[in-house]
Ligand binder design. Structure first.
Ligand code: HMG
Ligand code: MG
Length: 293
C-alpha cells in the first residue's frame, strides 16, 4: 500500500479489530459494517476488520464472517483478519478476506495466556496456515506481541523478539508486525528494540503496532519514523486493547498518526476531519470519553 509521496508508507487501521475486541459493548453487524465503510471512505487502504478466533474468547468479534459478507468493498482497499490456526483460516477464506494475520508473542507468558500455546508450538501451527493462505493467494502478517514488555514475564529482551522474528520468517511470513501490547514503550526502548533486531528485521521492513497506555505512542511513532519505520498500525479514536493484556488501554490513534505523517512526509491521502468525526462517533457509541489525541 502506498500513500502520499513516500512509496513505502503504510497505515493499517486496526480499529474494527483491536479497537472493538476489548469493549464491553458489543456492536451489531450493521454498526461494524458502517464503521469499516466509513474508514475506507476516509481514504484508509488497509483495514483489519475482525478475527476468526474462538468465539467464546472474543465474543465482540464472533460475527466477523457476517461483517465481511456485508461490507461493500472499495477497490484497492485490503480487508484483513486475525487467524490463530487452520480453523480460523478456513473461516477467513470462506468470508473472503484479502489478507490474514497470525499472532504469537516474544514472551511465553503472553503466548500461553492469549493463544494457549508455547511460542514454538504456535509457530509450528502457523506453518500450515502460511502454506494454505499462500495457496489461496493471500498474504500473511505475523504479529509478535510484547516486544517491549510482557504483563506476565516483565521486560522483554530484544534478542527474544529476534528469535521469534527469525522463526516467523523461516515459515514464510510476508510481513512482521511488532506489538507493544501493553503500551509501555518509550522512544529509547523503541531504539533499543531496533538495535537488537538489526538486520533480522530492519525498521523499514517492520510494521510497528503501538498501544498508548502511558500516553507515549505518538512519541514512539516519531522515534520509529526517524529510525526508518514506514509501516504503522493505528486505531481510529485510539480504541483498543487485549483482554489478555490487563491494564493495557488504547492504540496509537489513527488521527494522531495521520496528522504527524501529513506534516512530516506530505499528504497521506487520509481525510483527517472525516476520520476525526468517525473516531468521535465511535467513542461516543462505546461510551468512552472523547479522545485526547
Ligand atoms: P484452544 O482452546 O487451545 O483451542 O484455544 P483448541 O484447538 O484446543 O480447540 C478448542 C475448541 O475451540 C474446539 O471446539 C475448536 O474447534 C475451537 P470444540 O471441539 O471444543 O467444540 N476452535 C475454534 N473455533 C472457532 N475458530 C477458531 C477456533 N480454534 C479452535 N479459530 C485459540 C486456542 C488460539 C484458538 C484460542 O486461545 C483463541 O481463540 N485465542 C484468541 C485470542 C485473541 O483473539 N486475542 C486477541 C487478539 S491478539 C492481540 O490483540 C494482540 C495484537 O493486537 C498485537 C499486540 O497488541 O501485541 C494482535
Ligand atoms: Mg494490539
Amino acid at each position: 500500500m502506498s500513500h502520499g509521496h513516500s512509496d513505502a508508507l503504510q497505515i493499517c487501521e486496526v480499529g474494527p479489530r483491536d479497537g472493538l475486541q476489548n469493549e464491553t459493548a458489543i456492536l451489531s453487524v450493521d454498526e461494524k459494517v458502517e464503521f469499516v465503510q466509513r474508514l475506507a471512505a476516509c481514504g484508509l487502504t488497509e483495514i483489519e476488520v475482525g478475527s476468526f478466533v474462538r468465539p467464546e474468547v472474543i465474543p465482540q468479534l464472533a460475527d466477523s464472517g457476517a461483517v465481511f459478507k456485508e461490507i461493500q468493498r472499495v477497490p484497492g482497499v485490503t480487508y484483513s483478519a486475525l487467524v490463530p490456526n487452520l480453523k480460523g483460516l478456513d473461516h477467513a477464506l470462506a468470508a473472503g478476506v484479502d489478507k490474514v494475520a497470525v499472532f504469537t508473542s516474544a514472551s511465553e507468558g503472553f503466548a500461553e495466556s492469549n493463544i494457549r500455546s508455547s511460542i514454538r508450538a504456535s509457530i509450528d501451527r502457523f506453518r500450515e496456515v502460511v502454506v494454505q493462505a499462500h495457496q489461496a493467494g493471500i498474504k500473511v502478517r505475523g504479529y509478535v506481541s510484547c516486544v517491549i514488555e510482557c504483563p506476565y514475564d516483565g521486560p522483554t529482551d530484544p534478542l527474544d523478539v529476534r528469535k521469534v522474528c527469525d522463526a516467523l520468517r523461516e515459515i514464510g511470513i510476508d510481513e512482521l508486525d511488532l506489538g507493544d501490547t501493553i503500551g509501555v514503550a518509550t522512544p529509547d526502548s523503541i531504539s533499543r528494540l531496533y538495535e537488537g533486531l538489526s538486520e533480522c528485521c530492519t525498521p523499514s521492513e517492520s510494521v510497528l503496532h503501538l498501544h498508548n497506555t502511558n500516553g507515549r505512542a505518538l512519541d514512539c511513532a516519531r522515534r520509529a519514523f526517524a529510525l526508518g519505520v514506514r509501516r504503522f498500525d493505528a486505531s481510529c479514536g485510539g480504541l483498543g486493547g487485549c483482554p489478555f493484556a490487563p491494564g493495557a488501554s488504547g492504540n496509537l490513534s489513527t488521527e494522531s498518526l495521520v496528522e504527524f505523517l501529513d506534516e512530516v512526509d506530505g499528504p497521506t491521502g487520509v481525510d483527517l476531519p472525516a476520520l476525526t468525526r468517525v473516531g468521535a462517533s465511535m467513542r461516543e457509541r462505546l461510551g468512552r470519553q472523547p479522545s485526547s489525541g
